[in-house]
Structure formats: C-alpha cells, structure tokens
Design a protein around this ligand. Sequence first.
Ligand SMILES: *Cc1c(COP(=O)(O)O)cnc(C)c1O
Length: 392
Amino acid sequence: MTDYFENELASLREAGLYRQMRLVEGSQGSRVRIGGREVLLLCSNNYLGLADHLALKKAAIEAIELFGVSSGASRLVSGNMELHEELEHRIARLKGTGGAVVFNSGYAANTGILQALAGRGDVIFSDRLNHASIVDGAILSRAELVRYPHNDMAALRRLLERADVKGRRLIVTDGVFSMDGDLAQLKELAALKREFGALLMVDDAHGTGVLGADGRGSAELHDVMADIDIHMGTFGKALGSFGAYAAASADIIDYLRNKARSFIFSTSLPPAVLAASLAALDVVESDEGKQLRERLTESAARFRASLHAAGFDTMTSDSQIVPVFVGPAEKTMEFSRLLLDDGIFVQGIRPPTVPAGSCRLRCTLMATHTDHDLEEAVAAITRVGARLKVIR
Ligand SMILES: *Cc1c(COP(=O)(O)O)cnc(C)c1O
C-alpha cells in the first residue's frame, strides 16, 4: 500500500512537478535569509511590506496583553470578541457595504461563501484562471460549475444566455489574477450581471490595499464598488496579517453567518491577528498607505519595462504580479534554482497551478524594494535567462 505514495512521488519528481518548501529565516522583509545567506525576496505577497511593520507588531502585542492569545471557540459559540466586530465594521466602511464578516483565511472564505450562496439548481460562472479555493468552493456548493475562458466577456455572455438555469446565476472572478497579474474586466462583468440578474462576487486577494486611490481594491479602480454583490479579500497579502473577509449587504452577511460552514465550524481568528489587520487598515487609509501604493505601482511598471527591454515575455501582467514566461516545468525550476544561487528568491509556477506548457517565474514586487533591489533582480534574471536560452 505504501508503494502507491512512493510511486506517485517518484512520478511527480520525474515530471518536474515535485514540490518542496524553502526555509526562510527571520521576518518577511524585502531581503530574507535562506540557508544562512541573505537573498532578495521577489516572491512574497507582502506587497506593501506590512508583514514586519512596527505599527502592526505593536498592535498585535498589545492585543495579546489585553485579550490573550486565543478566541477559544467559533464566533457563534463563545469566540466572538470585540476585535472581530471592530474589524468587520472597518471592512464594511472601506467597501461601503451594509456589513462584513471575517473568515479564518481566504481559502476558508471562498469555500464558505460559495458553499453558502449557491446550491443544487444554481449555476456558478467562474473565470478559468480563478484561484483554486473558488473552484473548491464551487464543488462544495453542489451548484453547476461553468468555467468561462479567461476574461472572455463574449464567451461568458453566451454561457449566461442559456435558458435552462432554474436557480440563481453567480458570476465569480479574481480582481487581480494571482498567477498572471492581469485584471478582471469588472465594468463589463457588472453590466452582464445586471443584464442577467446574476450575483457578482470579486475575490480581491491581490487588490485589497493595493488598487484604487484609497486602496479599496479593484472595484474602486474600475469605479464599480456598488455593483459588486460580494467583495471577498484577504488580510494575509498586502495587509501583512492573516485571515479574510466578505463584505456585502446586511442580509447576505447575516446569511453567511448562518450558512457558511467554514465560518460556523471553525475556531475564530485570535486577537493578535485581528489587531494586526486593524492596524494594517490604518496604514492603508493613511498618507503612508497612499505613498506605498504609488511606489508599488511605479516599481511594477519600471520592472516590467526593464524585463521587456531585455526580451522577456511578462504575459498580460498589469499589476505588482509580474510573471516571466518560460514554458517547460524543468527549465522553470532550473531558472529559479540558478536565481537563488545569484541571490534572488523567486518561485517557479507549474501545473496544476497554471496550465501545462505555461510555466513561469512569478515575480511579485513589494513597495519596500529599492530601485537598486529591482535593478539587481533584472540583471540576474537577464543573466540566467540568457544562459537558459529563455531570451537570446
Ligand atoms: C491567496 C489567495 C486566496 C487564499 O487566501 P489565503 O488567505 O492565503 O487562504 C484566495 N484567493 C486568491 C485569488 C488568492 O490569491
């Protein structure tokens, strides 16, 4: 029986799809230590550099002193604390919705929201490149899952026109696609959802805190805040903390509290995490936040332009997520290994995260990267890329 797992692991290795973790020492700054050596971190979702921000650390420590380290139960039992409610009020204010509910992670949010909002007879229309947690939530819901071609609004329209939908139509999309770094066409999606009476849900894991003048996310950027029925986002990426939220009408939020199993059947987030998320929102809504966002946007544009000039394909990236197209899995992982030798830590992305043959390095920028950091990264990527004949 154990042969099975051994054999499966061997075939993963053979296909270049075996996964391993790198041990990162110390805190998550723009430079980290791996194997005792300092390297430039170019694959973190800590976009604004808040994961080791003094204000967040202070808030977390203070919360532990005031409230202890655990909530001790799920929210509906005895684990509903002041900080949970305060964070939900802040999120509802940020998104301009009637309410918000906090989940333990983005994965738990997507599986909980979709399982609760859709069921047999309903149809979930999901962009083909949506995050895995959306696919898993759709499967849990038992609704029919229709995956439309990436960002293809004409194809989505044809699928929505199907007359045999008995229940609800729910359109769900990433706001910023996590492996391609391009943006959903929220204006077009909002028009389609109105035309077909569908619900529209946006997973803004990579947009929250980063996009829009006030960091309210991709819906702010596209000026469609009021058209989104369910805003989902996470605290673990740009916000430097942990956990996730749904923001929606008071009724939808109340319904989620009653129906979302990942919310009901799980111990709630601990005080330190909630306090860090609140402190992160303070930063996002301040002048410092504005400056961090501007810095990140400028860095990403410059980084992409430098890679283009060197001959790389950054695919459809239009954000702080900048893929470098390679193709085959083995070559992508070799690229990543050689870059680490050169002092740059960037992950290769392979199936099943992305389609076969479209493996890539996924570079992610942080507002705390200096110009010098990014010039160094481009130089190393160019050196290794030429050596591996990714560029000529
Ligand atoms: C990271 C991510 C999630 C999951 O969020 P976690 O808080 O890490 O569980 C969900 N959706 C998208 C688009 C993501 O990138």
